[in-house]
Design a protein around this ligand. Structure first.
Ligand code: ADP
Ligand code: MG
Length: 538
C-alpha cells in the first residue's frame, strides 16, 4: 500500500522514537539555562562560528533534522516571536513533560490519557500563575530595569547588565505610547545596529535614527545642527531618455539647450528643497551627481538609498512626512532633529539623526571587541528590549530562579488530589515536570539538584512562594528579595507552548516517512532500508 522505501513506525514505537528525538534537543540546551548556564559554540557547514546562550539561536543553528525534534525548535521560535525571552525554559519544559510521559507510558498509561491530563494541568497552571503574578506600574523604571537585568543575567555581557538594562528601559519607554489605560510598544521601533570595534561600554542609545550610510557628496556639510529634514522617496534625478529614443539634435546649440534644460530641472529640485527651509535631505532613491552638486552649494546635507524601513523610522523620530514628489513641499512637512552628523564608526561612515524631540523611534548602536561579541550582545539586547516591552504592555511580573515553577507545581499537585486514577497520575506528572526548571538552575549553578529541590519544596509548603534557586551564590533563596523578576507574559507563553508541543508529539502514534529522494544529493541517506531504487519520477 505504501511506496517502496517508505518507513513506518506505529503505536508505542512511534511515540518512543519521537520522544527520544525531542529529548536530545531539550537535553542539549538544558545546560545553558540560567545565569550560570554555559554557552554553546556552533559551527555551520561553511565553518562560520556562532557562540550563544540563547535557546532560539542555538536550536536554529543546530539544523535539527528529526520531525519531532523540529517541533521543539518551533517552540523556541514561537517563544521568541511572542515574548522574546524564555526560549530555553520553554524547550526544557517540553522535554521534561515528554520524559514524564514516557515514564507513564512505560507503566501502561495510554498516551491519550496523558494528553488529557496535561491539558487539564496546563489550564490550571495558567490560572494559578496569573493569580500568583504581581501587578506593577508600567512606568516603574526601577522594576523594568530589574526585569531587563534578569534577562541579561545569563548572557555574555552580564557584567555590563546594569548599563545595558538602563538603555533598554530608556529605549522602550521612549517608543511606548499610551492608548487608553494600557501601553503599546513595539520593539521594531528600536533600531539595533551593530558595528564590531570599540568596547561593549561604547554601546549607545540614540534619540533618533542611525543610518548605515554616508553623506553623499564631499562638498556637503558633515554636521548640521537644528536640522530640518526633507524625507523624500522619489529619485532626485532627471529621467534619462530610453536607450533607443531618438534625440533630434542637429547643432551644438541644440545640445547645449538640451543639457541646460536638464540642469534647470535639477536646479529647480534643489531650490524647492532649499526654499522649504530644509538643510538636510534624506532620500530613499538615488540622487544625481548634478543635484548633489547644487545641494552642496546650498549647504544641504544629503543621504541617499536609505531603506524604506529606516524612512518609516525617520518619520516616527523626526515628525516629518515622506514626500513622493517635491511639488508643494511645505516647511511643515519637514522633520526635525537636534543634530544630523556623519561620523566614522570603525571603518564605516554612518549618519546619525539624533537629538530628536520625543522620538517614537530610537536606535541602539552596539559596539564590542569582535563580530561574535557584537552578535551575541545584539541578541542579549533584543531579549532585554523584549522583556521590558512585555512588562510595559502587560504589567505583571513573577519571581525567577524557578520559584514560580515550583509554586505552580505545588498548586497543581494539590489540585491533582481532587482527581483519581490515571488522570491524577498525568496531572501529577505535569506538576513534577515544572520542577525541572529549579533543578536545572541548581545543577547549572553547581548545586545538588535533588537536595536543592527538596529544600525548595519544603519552603513552598510553608508558604514561601518566591523561594527558588540563586545559582549565582549557589543557594536556595527568596528570589523576590533578590529582585529577580520576570515578565508574567514570558512564563505564560513558556507554559503554553511547552504543553502544546509535548501534547502534539504525544498524540502521534504513526510515523510514515517517505524514503529520502536521491536528488538533493546529501548523503544523509535513508537509514531504514537499503531500498532506494527508482522513485525519481512522480
Ligand atoms: P531562557 O532562554 O529561558 O530565558 P536563560 O538562560 O535566560 O533562559 O535563563 C532564564 C532562567 O534563569 C529563568 O528561570 C530565570 O529566572 C533564571 N535567572 C536569571 N537570573 C537569575 C538570578 N540572578 N537568580 C536566579 N535565577 C535567575
Ligand atoms: Mg532569558
Amino acid at each position: 500500500m505504501l511506496k517502496e522505501g517508505t518507513s513506518r513506525a506505529e503505536g508505542r514505537d512511534a511515540i518512543h522514537a519521537n520522544i527520544t528525538a525531542a529529548l536530545v534537543v531539550a537535553e542539549s540546551i538544558r545546560s545553558s539555562l540560567g545565569p550560570k548556564g554555559m554557552d554553546k559554540m556552533l559551527v555551520d557547514g561553511f565553518g562560520d562560528v556562532t557562540i550563544s546562550n540563547d535557546g532560539a539561536t542555538i536550536l536554529d543553528e543546530m539544523e535539527v533534522q528529526h520531525p519531532a525534534a523540529k517541533m521543539l525548535v518551533e517552540v523556541a521560535k514561537t517563544q521568541d516571536d511572542e515574548v522574546g525571552d524564555g526560549t530555553t525554559t520553554a524547550v526544557v519544559l517540553s522535554g521534561e513533560l515528554l520524559t514524564k510521559a514516557q515514564a507513564l507510558i512505560d507503566k501502561d498509561v495510554q498516551s491519550t490519557v496523558i494528553v488529557d491530563g496535561y491539558q487539564i494541568a496546563s489550564e490550571k497552571a495558567l490560572e494559578y500563575i496569573r493569580k500568583l503574578a504581581i501587578k506593577v506600574n508600567p512606568n516603574d523604571k526601577g522594576m523594568l530595569k530589574k526585569v531587563a537585568k534578569v534577562a541579561l543575567a545569563s548572557k555574555l555581557l552580564a557584567e555590563h547588565k546594569e548599563f545595558i538594562a538602563e538603555m533598554a528601559v530608556g529605549a522602550v519607554m521612549q517608543v511606548a505610547e499610551k492608548s487608553g489605560t494600557v501601553f503599546k510598544a513595539d520593539v521594531d521601533d528600536i533600531k539595533v545596529e551593530k558595528k564590531p570595534g570599540g568596547a561593549l561600554t561604547d554601546t549607545v542609545l540614540i534619540q533618533g535614527v542611525l543610518l548605515d550610510k554616508e553623506v553623499v557628496h564631499p562638498g556637503m556639510p558633515k554636521r548640521v545642527e537644528k536640522a530640518k529634514i526633507a524625507l523624500i522617496n522619489c529619485p532626485l534625478e532627471v529621467e534619462k531618455p530610453e536607450f533607443d529614443a531618438k534625440l533630434n539634435i542637429q547643432s551644438p546649440d541644440q545640445m547645449k539647450g538640451f543639457l541646460d534644460e536638464e540642469e534647470k530641472i535639477m536646479r529647480d529640485m534643489v531650490n524647492k528643497i532649499a526654499d522649504s527651509g530644509a538643510n538636510v535631505a534624506i532620500c530613499e532613491k538615488g540622487i544625481d551627481d548634478v543635484v548633489q552638486h547644487f545641494m552642496a552649494k546650498k549647504g544641504i546635507l544629503a543621504v541617499r538609498r536609505v531603506k524604506q524601513s529606516d524612512m518609516e523610522k525617520l518619520v516616527k523620530a523626526t515628525g516629518g512626512r515622506i514626500l513622493s514628489q517635491l511639488e508643494g513641499l511645505k516647511p511643515s512637512d519637514l522633520g526635525q532633529a537636534g543634530l544630523v552628523e556623519e561620523r566614522k564608526v570603525s571603518d564605516d561612515k554612518m549618519t546619525f539623526v539624533e537629538g530628536c524631540k520625543n522620538p517614537k523611534a530610537v536606535s541602539i548602536l552596539v559596539r564590542g571587541g569582535t563580530e561574535r561579541v557584537v552578535d551575541e550582545a545584539e541578541r542579549a539586547i533584543h531579549d532585554a528590549l523584549c522583556v521590558v516591552r512585555d512588562v510595559v504592555v502587560e504589567p505583571f511580573v513573577v519571581a525567577g530562579g524557578g520559584s514560580t515553577e515550583a509554586e505552580v507545581s505545588r498548586m497543581v499537585k494539590a489540585y491533582s488530589q481532587k482527581l483519581s486514577g490515571k488522570e491524577q497520575l498525568a496531572v501529577q506528572a505535569y506538576a513534577e515536570a515544572l520542577e525541572i526548571i529549579p533543578m536545572s538552575l541548581a545543577e547549572n549553578g553547581g548545586m545538588d539538584p535533588i537536595d536543592s529541590l527538596m529544600e525548595v519544596r519544603a519552603r513552598h509548603q510553608s508558604k514561601s512562594k518566591w523561594v527558588g534557586i540563586d545559582p549565582i551564590n549557589g543557594k536556595v533563596a527568596d528570589l523576590a528579595k533578590l529582585d529577580v523578576y520576570e515578565p508574567l507574559a514570558v512564563k505564560v507563553q513558556a507554559l503554553k507552548s511547552a504543553g502544546e508541543a509535548a501534547c502534539m508529539i504525544l498524540k502521534i502514534d504513526d510515523v510514515i516517512a517517505a524514503s529520502k529522494s536521491k536528488e538533493g544529493g546529501a548523503p544523509k541517506g535513508p537509514k531504514e532500508s537499503g531500498k532506494e531504487e527508482g522513485e525519481g519520477e512522480s
